[in-house]
Design a protein around this ligand. Structure first.
Ligand code: NOJ
Length: 765
């Protein structure tokens, strides 16, 4: 590939990677009439009132980090009444929001409404699967619906703005927050980011059931070294551009109203003071019109990072580098006015930040009716509405991944004589709610045990035995010791129940609080006595079906080797037990696919399918000097994109419409998928490409498309994927998105391990 050829191609490409993912244009944040109203307001505002718009405080009752200072309630109210607090987070309920909003709107001089934010991550009161689980559905409509319902409930309870979706690509299962995103892949991650933004924001942000989305965490928060939360991310420009940024960019093109900067140091600068990320890329190159909020106390944390000398310096750096709203550092409220007064921060920079925040408030319709999301009657009617629970059950069963089904032990006959349900997690009504469970009622999930009891016929006996606890003591203690139980006193009952049963359903995994923010772990195996319990139970009854409940890929060890059946059931939300039972008894044929690789051992982390080839990819003469481990394989235990069904599918080799295409042409890749088994089911047909030679090294495979196809037994369907040069583009060393002419391989399959490549050439002309 020559430089001039690349330049020509570049000029022909769409500016936006993942362009095909962008939905129909949402209502724009910027329009001339609103900008004029903002001009008028800005002209009336004092510097203190402007700074107030940039200041966000948490309601004292619900903190998610260290609280720097807690002004007493009266002082807080006074700050709101005088226009010195523009936003609050964690204020629960329509009535409370209305009370505080009233203070701002009726009390303050310019009647500017506040914006109320909350972490609505996978549901508000009705809880959907944790985001990683939902990503396993590869069903964008289901994901949009889940976000839509979450928004409907949250907005009914006074929330204008959710701190979601988290669009951080994560390739290291040690990181506790992997549960909060869409997994390891930028293409799938972009599609899901867009789906979630569409769900949260709906077609019109003004609607009383829409909330503004917030893309987080900008950027590279998922790349913390060694999977440790808040840790430094040191990554190449290529990884930043090709892997980390695409979901943000796609979701901004889809109209996401706000962005949250991340806690981490990236290339020597904490994200909150990163001018290149915030001003050059996000607000400059991508023309993002909304605002950036810092993460909790992150402006203050620039002191600990060692890039600011004091809080005043931190405020200056953050504002200058493009951060608009200060969450819980009280840095802007204390120092910005004086920084503007002495010229350290230009007044125009302050005005720009205020403008962006007002824009979002206008777009949310808050100036027309600040109480549009504070109707207690609506709140009462909508939270946990029956149709929301029904949708949560459906999304949950779509998120389940069947990893192993030896001898077609599943699906079970609901008329079985006797089933033993074993495991502390099987009876737990808290864990399925997962971390970040909004305003879920405590212990409100349908447990696996309840789901199974509701699904079986009247003559089936269901025995339950706890076996051993997964968590002991206070589950909020966040200590590893809480997983170190040595109490085997429940084993005897578990083994006895297993012996008597036709089949055993054994729940293993993690409790709800083992993943999420601050929950990084170096041991991602089945903790405590779980392996031992499995050994005892499966020795008593080899027909042991293992149901996994977890928020991250786990190292499964002997359980994966020995269990005849493995069902990946994540933390599935309010209706978890029913959804799992639907799959166990064949009411729903599993169709989920892993959105993240499951390692064989934690030493393989970070592990992902789209790795580089290295210079020594294969054993060669069989000796030691090639890129591998001497104690395990390079491959994951279960790869990205993998998942089984109760039926079987056959996929033909891909057929290409041409062996070469020019930069303006489209290649059609066609494959035939046939349901060759006995049941109706859905298969996720996945398209991958490999760019054989680039001006920098390229991944061995990259997802470029997928379709979820439902087929009756014996039915066949042709799946067609169009490929253009835009799909083959990447951020090259020349600093632009471009497709480089040359040879490409195409793979169509049902996991990232799909083989049978066919080859085509991208011509320069
Ligand atoms: C810290 C988390 O990193 C962020 O994701 C969340 O939105 C804020 N806390 C607010 O709760």
């Amino acid at each position: 590939m020559t430089y001039s050829a690349a330049r020509l191609l570049r000029s022909l490409l769409l500016a936006l990677p993942f362009a095909a993912l962008a939905p129909a244009a949402p209502a724009p944040l910027v329009d001339a009439a609103t900008e004029q109203r903002i001009d008028t307001l800005l002209a009336q505002m004092t510097v203190e009132e402007k700074v107030g718009q940039l200041h966000q405080l948490s309601n004292a009752f619900d903190t998610t980090g260290p609280v720097p200072e807690k002004p007493d309630e009266l002082a807080r109210y006074e700050a709101i009444r005088t226009g010195r607090t523009g936003s609050a987070l964690n204020v629960g309920g329509a009535a409370s929001v209305r009370r505080i909003q009233q203070l701002a709107v009726e009390g303050s001089r310019l009647h500017i409404p506040m914006i109320f934010g909350y972490d609505v991550i996978h549901g508000y009161r009705t809880i959907f699967p944790v985001p990683l689980a939902e990503a396993a559905s590869w069903d964008l409509d289901a994901i949009t619906l889940s976000a839509r319902i979450a928004a409907t409930e949250a907005a009914a309870a006074g929330v204008d703005w959710t701190f979601a979706p988290m669009v951080d690509i994560a390739r290291d299962a040690r990181w506790g927050r992997i549960m909060e995103g869409a997994g390891e892949d930028p293409y799938l991650g972009s599609a899901i980011a867009v789906a979630r933004v569409r769900g949260f924001q709906g077609p019109d942000l003004r609607s009383p059931d829409a909330v503004a989305a917030c893309l987080k965490h900008f950027a590279a928060y998922g790349f913390g070294e060694a999977g440790r939360d808040y840790n430094t991310a040191d990554l190449s420009e290529s990884t930043l551009q090709n892997v980390v940024l695409p979901p943000f960019r796609a979701a901004i093109a889809a109209g996401a109203a706000t962005v949250m900067s991340s806690f981490n140091d990236i290339g020597g600068l904490p994200a909150v003071v990163h001018t290149r990320l915030q001003r050059t890329i996000l607000k400059g190159e991508w023309r993002f019109p909304g605002f950036i909020v810092s993460d909790w106390g992150a402006i203050r944390e620039s002191l600990a990072h060692g890039v600011s000398v004091d809080l005043r310096d931190a405020a200056r750096l953050a504002l200058l580098s493009g951060n608009d709203m200060d969450m819980e550092s009280a840095a802007y409220s204390r120092h910005l006015a004086s920084l503007v007064a002495d010229g350290s921060v230009p007044a125009t920079s302050l005005d720009d930040a205020v403008r962006r925040i007002l824009r979002v408030k206008f777009a949310l319709g808050l100036f027309d009716d600040p109480y549009r999301r504070c109707d207690p009657a609506r709140e009462k009617r909508l939270l946990e509405a029956p149709e929301h629970l029904a949708a949560a059950r459906d999304v949950a069963r779509k998120s389940i991944v069947l990893l192993k089904n030896t001898g077609s032990l599943l699906p079970l006959d609901p008329k079985l004589r006797r089933i033993a349900v074993i495991g502390w997690l099987a009876g737990d009504k808290d864990t399925p709610l997962g971390n970040w469970r909004g305003q879920a009622r405590p212990d409100s999930a349908i447990s696996l045990l309840e789901g199974i009891r509701a699904a079986v016929g009247p003559r089936t006996v269901v025995d339950y035995a706890e076996g051993a606890k997964v968590t002991i003591g206070d589950r909020h203690a966040f200590m590893d010791s809480q997983y170190n139980t040595t109490d085997r006193s429940g084993f005897r009952a578990a083994v006895a129940a297993a012996r008597k049963a036709d089949v055993v359903v054994l729940a293993l995994g993690e409790d709800a609080w083992q993943t999420g923010e601050g929950r990084s772990q170096t041991d991602i195996g089945l903790k405590g006595l779980q392996q031992e319990l499995f050994a005892a139970v499966s020795a008593a009854n080899p027909r042991t079906i293992v149901v996994l409940m977890n928020g991250r890929p786990l190292v499964l060890g002997r359980v994966a080797e020995k269990a005849p059946v493995l069902v990946e059931a994540w933390h599935l939300g309010s209706q978890a037990g029913h959804a799992i039972a639907d799959v166990l008894f064949g009411q729903y044929n599993p169709s989920g696919k892993l959105p993240a690789s499951f390692p064989r051992t934690v030493g393989q982390c970070p592990i992902y399918y789209a790795h580089k080839n290295t210079g020594r990819p294969i054993p060669g003469d069989g000796r030691v000097f090639w890129s591998h481990y001497t104690d395990t394989l390079n491959t994951p235990l279960y790869p990205f994109g993998f998942g089984l069904s109760y039926t079987t599918f056959n996929l033909s080799a891909p057929r290409l419409s041409a062996t070469a295409i020019g930069p303006r042409e489209t290649l059609q890749v066609t494959a035939t998928v046939t349901n060759t088994g006995p049941r109706a089911g859905a298969e996720v047909v996945q398209l991958y490409t490999r760019d054989m030679v680039g001006s920098e090294t390229r991944p061995v495979k990259e997802l470029k498309g997928f379709r979820k196809i439902e087929l009756q037994p014996g039915e066949s369907r042709e799946v067609v994927f169009p490929i253009t040069s835009a799909d083959l583009a990447y951020f090259t060393p020349r600093g632009v998105w471009e497709a480089e002419p040359g040879e490409f391989q195409v793979f169509v399959g049902n996991s990232s391990e799909s083989d049978q490549p066919v080859t085509f050439t991208l011509r320069a002309e």
